[in-house]
Design a binder for this molecule. Structure first.
Ligand code: SIN
Ligand code: MN
Length: 290
């Protein structure tokens, strides 16, 4: 799949591209069918909402679930990013965010590259976020919201919020968000929110400011978020466990375009459980050495 010049210009200007219904319903079904069993597992990689059993974020499903391992190698997702970066990619992070009906909590305003830089020492914002809608996203079930063009400011000030939700995040204060929304057009396009059917795909720059509100609707908003990093830009520090920030920098080899509908061999290194090393961090290693 090749991007047009207009799409490349639009990405550089706005910091995101939206592809409604990029994957077919029968392709998405192979993914959604696998989710309940993944969420039922009592494993560190399932982070639950505060005071609830609902999964907020599942990490690293591509390491132990065949449909998601195939998605991680899908040419319709990988090739446009290779084209934008002009380089091969590895999987830096792989998540399924539940944002479950009535229970899905907010994601505060943040940039992902802030975390990749502060925690993982990723040299440049040459990693792309991809959102693939597993459920319909509408105005009621906590859609992702963006400030278009905010990626052009690079990394902005953020502070580590460990209390608002069950997942710590480097978040940006309301005053700066107000200024950036105003600059992006205020009520006329200063915040946008792509919505669409399951199978829609969004690419967004690691510095694009984004957030989402809670899900008070009766509809789940499962979304798969993948972060693919240019191989030469791999992280330099292993402060976070490997199931959150991956340490295998092998370039992704794509499968054929029909891979979600047909059987292809894929490696599932964590299918019988995560190795102890996937929970270790460089801080543990430093502690052992002390
Ligand atoms: C994220 O920013 O990583 C997740 C946001 C969301 O799921 O709404
Ligand atoms: Mn994010």
């Amino acid at each position: 799949m090749k991007l047009t010049k207009e799409q490349i210009d639009q990405f550089n200007r706005d910091g995101y591209l939206f592809f409604p219904s990029h994957f077919k319903p029968e392709e998405v079904k192979t993914l959604t069918e696998a989710v309940p069993e993944i969420y039922a597992r009592r494993e560190a990689y399932n982070v639950r909402e505060r005071g609830s059993d609902a999964v907020r974020t599942n990490f690293a499903a591509h390491m132990y679930s065949k449909p998601f391992a195939k998605l991680a190698r899908h040419p319709r997702m990988v090739q446009p990013i290779e084209e934008l970066f002009g380089e091969q990619l590895y999987m830096h992070q792989f998540k399924i965010n539940g944002k479950m009906a009535f229970e899905g909590d907010v994601w505060q305003w943040h940039q992902d590259y802030g975390t990749w830089l502060n925690d993982d020492m990723m040299p440049e914002p040459r990693a792309m976020n991809v959102a693939i809608f597993l459920d319909e996203v509408n105005e009621f079930n906590g859609p992702l919201i963006f400030i278009p063009g905010s990626h052009r400011d690079g990394v902005v000030d953020a502070s580590h919020d460990t209390t608002t939700t069950s997942y710590p995040l480097w978040t940006v204060n309301n005053q700066l968000i107000t200024q950036l929304v105003q600059r992006a057009g205020g009520l006329n396009g200063g915040i946008i929110s792509p919505k669409g059917p399951p199978g829609s795909m969004m690419l967004f720059h690691g510095c694009l400011l984004h957030a989402s509100s809670s899900n008070l609707s009766p509809w789940n908003r499962n979304t798969c978020y993948l972060s693919l990093c240019a191989v030469s830009n791999h992280i330099r520090r292993f402060k976070r466990p490997e199931y959150i920030a991956h340490r295998d920098f092998t370039p992704i080899e794509c499968l054929p375009d029909d891979c979600l509908l047909n059987d292809y061999p894929v490696d599932l290194p964590w299918k019988d459980g995560m190795p102890a090393s996937a929970l270790e961090t460089s801080l543990d290693i430093l502690k052992e050495a002390a």
